[in-house]
Design a protein. Structure first.
Length: 526
């Protein structure tokens, strides 16, 4: 037996010893094939039933055995995470002789796990109980266990992971998730690719109907097909909105901290950016209405709204949106509303509402931007759309596109149709998983001296106030500890960082452990 084979055998034996007895009683490991017959099956009985408890003469190929050992480690990791501690889960996953055990601190890996266990989604709360679904729903795209499956993203051309290539830094920065997209989307793309011809494309049959149904179901807003403008991405749409409203030199107003393209788009369109900081009151970010009235100018023509708000995770209430709508009507402002995270509301007591859906007059001054990219994890496929009810504003928006903005590609169209029509079970399962990740982040970060984070109502992003810890550059501080976060300065707020928890829980626990140790070391040194 080679050294490699011996390592695999050790992994396999270790997993079976540490696996809950129920698996062994049910024969889970007993029926796993260990050798293959010369005929290529699993022994004489395997030719009839595919599996055998009796080994044949020929050893199973190393690659197959390694894959099985890999799967066994995953099962043990998931079972120990549910029944034991996060430390046991991390060690169950760690292959023998590979990597290093960082010794995740109990303060992070025990207390936050207890927080997750007490979370409503795990407690059986009827408002946010874990989605289980039917077998048919699962076949159509739902799953409650696939978010813990490791997917290697290094050396795949990933913007997120390539930033720290060959460095021991966990990337929790740019807003894409480490989960596989829904199976229904993957299958739709495979079918489209199998066609083999990738010419210029129109929206596929059924896409408009799927979007209208989705928006009506989730937002309570009835759209008309002619209101929709296809786009290859949301960032270009923000820039188009700035060009389609007002004139050069006019002002564009927004609330900070906010997604960085909100801050750059006005300047790129030769407009002037004016900002109003959100106020943190009673552990919640809210609009500072007095500051808003004081900041708006006679030459302000556009208000850029982010709802749900990236990075603070707010879902603005109907009352807040009504008041904001009256403000924009009073000052004759066009509203451009980025609602790209609308499908990621984590607080079960809240519901996202489009500001344009509140009343028809408000809709006539609003450009609403939507996309499946964040919710269904397809940001690399380049599909979004604008909803513009007013025909004059819509024509100005289209005119700004000419000669600059390309058409949506055929794969983006195919993914969007599958997402809006078939991937709702997957989305519901994702929400359950992200709720528990959010609880883990909230409990762990609040236990770290010098850090604070407000409750996360939506998105998979946590906005962390680190001004008491490292006011100049907390992003660099945590990067030095092996955790790559987004710099709050890019969002208009120095001394903050944004953490993307759209990742496997084991990775998130490791990142929080690194952060905790770095904070403890800094506090001790100080």
């Amino acid at each position: 037996m080679t050294d490699r084979d011996q390592g695999i055998e050790r992994d396999y034996r270790g997993v079976t010893r540490n696996t809950p007895n129920i698996f062994r009683r049910q024969g889970f490991f007993a029926i796993m094939p260990t050798r293959m017959s010369n005929e290529g099956g699993f022994g004489a009985r395997g030719r009839d039933r595919g599996l055998s408890r009796r080994p044949s003469a020929r050893p199973m190929p190393v690659a197959v055995r390694e894959a099985l050992a890999h799967r066994c480690r995953w099962v043990a990791c998931m079972m120990t995470f549910v029944t034991g501690s996060a430390r046991q889960a991390a060690r169950a996953w760690q292959p023998a002789g590979r990597g290093r055990d960082r010794g995740l601190p109990e303060e992070v890996l025990t207390a936050p796990v207890e927080i997750v266990r007490r979370a409503p989604a795990l407690r059986g709360d009827t408002k946010c109980a874990p989605w289980r679904g039917t077998d048919e729903q699962r076949r159509q795209g739902g799953s409650v266990e696939n978010f813990d499956v490791p997917i290697e993203r290094r050396n795949t051309g990933s913007v997120k992971w390539d930033r720290y290539r060959d460095r021991d830094i966990l990337p929790l920065w740019v807003a894409d998730m480490d989960f596989a997209s829904p199976d229904v989307i993957v299958r739709a793309l495979q079918e489209r690719v199998a066609h083999g011809v990738f010419g210029y494309g129109n929206a596929p049959k059924g896409l408009l109907e799927a979007i209208l149904a989705y928006v009506h179901t989730h937002n309570g807003w009835t759209l008309r097909p002619d209101w929709i403008v296809w786009l290859p991405g949301l960032v270009s749409a923000l820039n188009l909105a700035c060009r389609a409203t007002g004139a050069e030199g006019d002002d564009v107003l927004t609330l900070t901290p906010v997604y960085p393209p909100f801050l750059s788009a006005p300047r790129l369109a030769s407009r002037q950016l004016i900002t109003v900081p959100l106020a943190c009151r009673a552990d919640r970010y809210v609009i500072d209405w007095e500051a808003l009235e004081e900041t708006v100018t006679p030459t302000t023509r556009l208000f850029l709204l982010c709802n749900p708000h990236n990075p603070v995770g707010r879902v603005y209430t109907g009352e807040e949106l009504e008041r904001l709508g009256r403000f924009c009507e009073r000052h004759d402002l066009i509203i451009c509303a980025d609602e790209i995270h609308a499908g990621l509301v984590l607080d079960a007591s809240l519901r996202h509402r489009s500001i344009a859906s509140l009343h028809p007059d408000l809709a006539q001054r609003t450009i609403t931007l939507m996309a499946p990219s964040k919710t269904f994890n397809v940001p690399g496929l380049g599909f979004s759309f604008a909803v513009i009810p007013d025909p004059t504003l819509r024509e100005r928006f289209r005119a700004a596109m000419k000669g600059i903005v390309p058409d949506v590609n055929v794969l983006g169209f195919a993914a969007a149709l599958a997402a809006y029509r078939d991937a709702e079970p997957w989305r519901l399962a994702l929400i359950d998983y992200l709720r528990d990740n959010a609880a883990l982040v909230l409990g762990a970060v609040r236990a770290m001296p010098g850090l604070n984070v407000t409750p996360i109502e939506a998105t998979y992003l946590a906005w962390i106030d680190a001004r008491a810890l490292a006011p100049q550059n907390p992003q660099r501080f945590f990067e030095g500890a092996g955790v790559g976060l987004s710099d709050g300065a890019d969002f208009g707020a120095q001394g903050f960082v944004r953490l993307n928890f759209g990742c496997r829980r084991a990775v998130l626990a490791e990142a929080l452990g690194r952060m905790q140790r770095a904070v403890a070391h800094r506090q001790g040194a100080g």
